[in-house]
Ligand binder design. Structure first.
Ligand code: DON
Length: 312
């Protein structure tokens, strides 16, 4: 099969159109997350995909301007925001090894003394949000302001219905937070932390918004306004943790198929980065058993195969 060489920006669009057409012909799209009841009614046939370039040019296909529930995708941005605030001290409280376990697993926490394996499993993300909360007094607000600025979309907001739905079914995250608090790895009262974390996860944004926000990692840590969020080295580190941990116990398979740093969410979105070149976001709400969008992974697999763009 011939590679579709992307020599100019506009050449991304035919690639995206071909992927959307192929995905449209593919049956078997997985099932929307139902452990958060407000997400259960989404149509697994929905599909959108966007590519954003470092200069803010963005292309898309399908429902690429339709907001969806970002969920765990936000963990990338809270990690970057906390690294900006506290630097490497964060890594005394959370590791950076793949867990090989589901995103909401409890099992490693006890024998690893309340230090979560990485910032992208729920336990690790709770630690990051807790630390950002201590530093800002409003972790979710800090995240929302960042996403609005980077996407250029002032209308981005929390979906309080989704946040309330998760709060009502949040026993697993509450257990993780209380357990880590018993090891003194959580500073804030657990109800305060959970409120921040569930609102963080509830942010509704489109593929266009998230591809644009993710260009901070394609620009090696530089924000849309030209200021620096992360050092070049920190941006490399965040991309590396996305590659090894961003899709949980499927991270090996994702790296094998897609070959890019990526981060999924149970709303069906996935962001991915081609450092120096572009950022991507794909959305389709049907998930596999590990919580990753079936059509989303397939679309990113096709993108890197068709264009030859990957980190390898
Ligand atoms: O905490 C949770 O379970 C959800 N708010 C987020 C989980 C998630 O998106 C995992 N990603 N695939």
């Amino acid at each position: 099969m011939a590679i579709m060489t992307v020599t100019s920006s506009a050449a991304f669009l035919p690639v995206l159109e071909r992927i959307a057409e192929e995905i449209g012909r593919t049956p078997g799209r997985g099932r929307p997350a139902d452990y958060i009841p407000a997400l259960a009614a989404r149509d697994p046939r929905s599909f959108g995909m966007a590519v954003a370039e470092p200069d803010g040019t963005v292309y898309g296909v399908g429902e690429w301007r339709r907001p969806f529930s970002t969920q765990s995708i936000t963990k990338v941005f809270t990690l970057a925001l906390d690294l900006f605030r506290e630097g490497d001290a964060l890594w005394e409280h959370v590791g950076r090894e793949p867990s090989g376990n589901p995103f909401n697993s409890l099992v490693q926490l006890e024998y690893e003394n309340g230090i979560p394996r990485n910032p992208f499993i729920n336990a690790g993300a709770l630690v990051v949000t807790d630390r950002l909360q201590t530093r800002t007094g409003d972790a979710a607000g800090e995240l929302l302001a960042f996403l609005r600025a980077e996407s250029g979309n002032p209308d981005l907001d929390f979906d309080l219905e989704v946040a309330a739905s998760e709060t009502a079914h949040g026993d697993r995250n509450a257990a993780l937070a209380h357990f880590m608090a018993s090891y003194r790895n959580i500073d804030n009262p657990v109800p305060v932390l959970l409120d921040q974390y569930f609102r963080q996860c509830s942010v509704a944004a489109s593929c266009a918004d998230l591809a644009l926000a993710t260009t901070v990692l394609a620009r090696h840590g530089v924000r849309a306004d030209g200021t620096r969020l992360l050092t070049r080295s920190q941006a490399k580190q965040v991309n590396a943790v996305m590659l090894t941990c961003g899709t949980y116990d499927a991270a090996g398979e994702f790296a094998y198929r897609v070959g890019l740093p990526g981060k999924s969410g149970v709303g069906g979105g996935i962001i991915a980065v081609v450092p120096g070149r572009c950022a991507l976001c794909v959305w389709s709400p049907g998930l596999d058993e590990r919580g990753n969008s079936v059509a989303g992974v397939a679309a990113l697999d096709r993108f890197t195969t068709l264009t030859g763009l990957s980190v390898f």
